[in-house]
Write a protein that binds this ligand. Structure first.
Ligand code: ZN
Length: 397
């Protein structure tokens, strides 16, 4: 898409900009021929347009004729920069950045955030994106706002599918989150004056790794958030799968234990009640004391601590028993583990791989590779690029 502002130009400059808008790439000689202007006039006008950033030089473009002894050079309108403002809120932090269509982030912001206590998410997004703009020093108009939340969302909207309290009032334990049960996408769009997308964080992470990370070029993959939160992003035929009501990939509600504890979803013995950070800490505390945190555990695993690695491997096995039917049904080519986990993910992957091998047909298993995400804690923000008008490898749904 080109966005040079020919409307603000006059005379030769305007003629050149209009010719480039029509033809794409032209040499100065082509421009002189098409416009009927003298070559010196074209050269002068082109220099002024370049100085203003309206056009840019193209070297070695296929349409540029090569002449022996001199570099081929032509002009085109400078492509319009396509930029999203992205905010990703996890259970622990809020991150924001400006995201370009090629997945580059600028002006990154990261702050601790008790998001369930946040009284006004739209105001918070405005503040975070303003800060990202300030840090990036970039005043390019935003094409879209993308907000990632750690909750399941009703398909195509920003409405949480968490169970709404029966009287419509927010729960006592989360007094400030009335917005969680409203469609915040139109509110964000109104606040920023551009379209807004609200997406589950796992789905954004999957899109990031798919377009720019570990799953580049893949078409069938499962992206897993484990240990710190639990969820999955499913990609089939290069497209994110949301399901009929937006609940596809809700890994933590796969049934694993008929005698297990009750889950917030209303079922009993969901994976999310038995393979949580608390479950991992229960196993780690006898060895490392009551004060050990889940981040300590991940650090110990990265250092090769045998006991902790064993605990994480068991989590991988437990998840694999639930994941195997999904893998048999979908025949994915890759399982990507959230890159936030870093080296600690190796044990999880060992457990996953070993148990999946036992529960899957050989051919389906052999098609599958396991890898750690490459984008670390930027996967979700990067995924926002897929909602821009000229994104990477393939379009979002
Ligand atoms: Zn559940």
């Amino acid at each position: 898409m080109n966005g040079g502002p020919p409307g603000t130009l006059r005379g030769a400059e305007r003629q050149i900009a209009e010719l480039l808008a029509r033809h794409g790439v032209l040499t100065r000689r082509d421009l002189a021929r098409h416009s009927g202007l003298p070559l010196t006039t074209v050269t002068g006008a082109a220099a002024r347009l370049r100085a203003r950033g309206v056009v840019e030089e193209v070297r070695d473009a296929p349409s540029v004729p090569h002449r022996p002894g001199r570099p081929a050079s032509a002009l085109r309108l400078t492509p319009r920069k396509s930029l999203a403002g992205a905010v990703v809120i996890t259970h622990r932090v809020a991150r924001a950045a400006l995201v370009s269509a090629d997945g580059r982030l600028s002006g990154r912001v990261e702050e601790p955030m008790a998001w369930l206590q946040c009284p006004d998410i739209v105001a918070e997004c405005r503040r975070l994106i303003a800060e990202a703009r300030r840090r990036a020093g970039d005043t390019t108009p935003l094409e879209r706002i993308v907000v990632g939340l750690p909750v399941p969302l009703k398909a195509g909207s920003g409405i949480s599918l968490l169970e709404e309290p029966p009287d419509g009032a927010p729960r006592e334990s989360v007094p400030a989150t009335r917005w969680l049960f409203q469609d915040i996408a139109p509110q964000l769009a109104a606040a920023f004056g551009v379209p807004a997308t609200v997406e589950n964080v796992c789905n954004l992470g999957a899109l990031g790794e798919l377009a720019f990370g570990a799953a580049r070029g893949r078409r069938h993959m499962i992206y897993l958030h484990l240990v710190i939160g639990m969820g999955a992003g499913l990609v089939v035929n290069g497209e994110l799968v949301h399901g009929a009501s937006g609940l596809a990939g809700e890994l933590s509600h796969l049934h694993v234990d008929p005698a297990g504890p009750m889950c917030a979803c209303g079922a009993r013995g969901c994976l999310g009640t038995v393979a949580t950070a608390d479950h991992i800490l229960d196993a780690a505390r006898p060895l490392y004391g009551p004060g050990v945190s889940i981040y300590d555990v991940l650090g110990l695993a990265a250092q090769g601590d045998t006991a902790v690695r064993r605990v994480l491997e068991d989590v991988g096995r437990l998840v694999a028993t639930s994941l195997a039917p999904a893998c048999v049904m979908l025949n994915p080519e890759m399982v990507v583990i959230d890159g936030n986990l870093g080296p600690a993910a190796a044990s999880l992957i060992d457990g996953l791989r070993d148990e999946l091998r036992r529960h899957m047909p050989t051919g389906t298993f052999q098609a599958l590779t396991f890898t750690l995400g490459q984008l670390g804690d930027t996967a979700e923000l990067t995924g926002a690029a897929r909602f821009l008008s000229n994104p990477g490898p393939s379009l979002p749904r």
